[in-house]
Design a protein around this ligand. Structure first.
Ligand code: NAD
Length: 439
């Protein structure tokens, strides 16, 4: 696939060919060059200060020359649609200087306070449309995302806004594109060491024996957490291998069991002394067109992907685990729907409903609950798909032109598990390379 011959053939056939994505490697600089800060909102000054504190070179003048690692755009003070034109056009001028793997991160203001102010609401929503379209125009593995500052007073220096800026600028967000991260409160604590944001934490990952779950276990470990891997007894050997690789422990458990939550809690406390992070990753598909769907396919998918999580969360909340951060795996199928996946989409949309409605209970304990919705993730399985089919699938990801990797999902899960992400709650973050599928 990566040979010069295959690349040449794809070019001739007019098929898309993906640029390599800039992914996180410990020790790499946060951004691959100078950051240009544009826009008139208060977030511009705050971002400049935060970036300089991280040792990043910052420029405020859009007329300057030289390559740019990122553009940070403060659109948090828009009052009317006309306010968007100057920063949007200045961004357009600067795009030519954005390096491959570069980032555009915009600060937006939430629309919560806009009832009765259609002019301001139009400006704010307009900025969203602008940003999502800009993301589709970027090339060379560059991405554009937004940080939505909730309410009228939340500032860019709120811990979760700082954490979101860090995540979105970094290689950790390689496959997050055209998305908005909403920060609602000033909750959260910044890590002492940004390379080890999960230092001292104990994390449980279900479905850790392979695929995305194994990638999550490795990523959480890399970032400092002790990891408990959970999977069904039938996957015991693979689970033990992952657990040993990450220096963690393995718990063979079918999460559908009514006492799964208690079993996880008991294991984490006995072997690691505490439980700080739960990643509900285990999931199954049993695809069939609805006309051919049988009860067992329907009920098993809902039982594993959704009902088990509801039950386990109830156990964790009842136990009063302080600061617990929960991250659930949803799917873009649950947002857009997918032929042959009525059961799966119902379970994954259900996960998004669940996290939204559980946010208050999690926050009451000083924690949070969010979901990550992966799109097309390239695994060993998809690598076997013929070149032309893969190239066609890439047309659905018109900006990045490739599927994501399990590690891309793992990085987003890791970010939402940071203490610094405590002001982000009840949300679903898509990791989909701005796939055309879904909202
Ligand atoms: P996978 O099938 O490779 O791995 C899932 C793991 O969960 C397996 O190890 C399996 O044994 C385990 N598991 C299943 N049922 C279990 C149970 N009852 N108790 C304990 N463990 C159980 O799947 P994956 O592709 O790595 O997907 C991981 C998650 O991401 C799933 O929730 C999936 O729905 C979601 N997702 C995946 C994609 C993708 O493209 N792969 C896209 C969107 C969402």
């Amino acid at each position: 696939m990566n040979s010069a011959l295959a690349r040449g053939m794809a070019r001739k056939a007019g098929l898309p060919w993906p640029a390599p994505l800039r992914r996180h490697r410990p020790g790499d600089p946060l951004v691959p060059g100078t950051v240009l800060v544009l826009g008139g909102g208060a977030a511009a000054g705050a971002a400049e200060e935060i970036l300089r504190g991280w040792g990043v070179e910052v420029r405020r003048n859009s007329g300057g020359a030289g390559p740019l690692g990122a553009i940070v755009l403060a659109l948090d003070a828009l009052r009317a649609p006309a306010d968007l034109s100057a920063p949007a056009l200045a961004t357009g001028q600067a795009l030519r200087q954005l390096v491959p793997g570069g980032r555009v991160v915009a600060y937006l203001r939430g629309e919560a306070g806009d009832a009765g102010d259609p002019v301001r609401a139009a400006a704010r929503r307009g900025a969203e449309g602008f940003l999502r379209s800009l993301a589709r125009e970027l090339r060379g593995g560059a991405t554009a995302n937004g940080i939505v500052l909730g309410g009228e007073t939340l500032c860019a220096d709120a811990p979760s806004a700082v954490a979101a800026l860090r995540f979105l600028l970094s290689g950790r967000s390689a496959y997050v594109d055209g998305q908005l991260v909403r920060v609602d409160t000033t909750a959260g604590t910044l890590p002492v060491d940004w390379e080890l944001p999960l230092q001292g934490k104990v994390a449980v990952v279900t479905g850790a024996a392979r695929g995305i779950g194994a990638a999550i276990a490795r990523t959480l470990r890399r970032d400092g957490a002790s990891v408990v891997g959970v999977d069904v007894p039938a996957a015991g050997e693979a689970l033990a291998a992952v657990a040993s690789q990450v220096g963690g422990t393995a718990l063979q458990l079918d999460i559908v069991r009514p006492d799964a939550g208690q079993a996880i809690l008991a294991h984490a406390r006995e072997r690691h002394g505490r439980l700080d992070i739960v990643v509900h990753n285990a999931g199954i598909t049993r695809d069939r067109l609805l006309a051919n769907m049988d009860r067992s396919r329907w009920e098993s998918v809902v039982a594993v992907n959704l009902e088990s999580q509801l039950r386990m969360n109830a156990t964790f909340f009842d136990a009063g685990l302080q600061g617990l951060r929960i991250v659930s795996l949803a799917s873009t199928s649950g947002i857009a729907g997918n032929r042959g996946q009525t059961n799966y989409a119902a379970s994954k949309a259900g996960v998004m409903g669940m996290v939204g409605a559980s946010a208050a209970a999690a926050a009451a304990l000083g924690g949070g609950i969010n979901a990550v919705a992966p799109g097309f993730i390239e695994t060993d399985m998809t690598a076997a798909v013929p070149l032309a089919t893969r190239a066609a699938a890439r047309l659905l990801m018109p900006s990045l032109m490739q599927g994501g990797l399990p590690v891309d999902v793992a990085e987003a899960v890791g970010f939402l598990a940071w203490d610094a992400a405590a002001g982000i709650n009840g949300q679903t973050l898509r990791v989909c390379g701005q796939s055309l599928v879904g909202a």
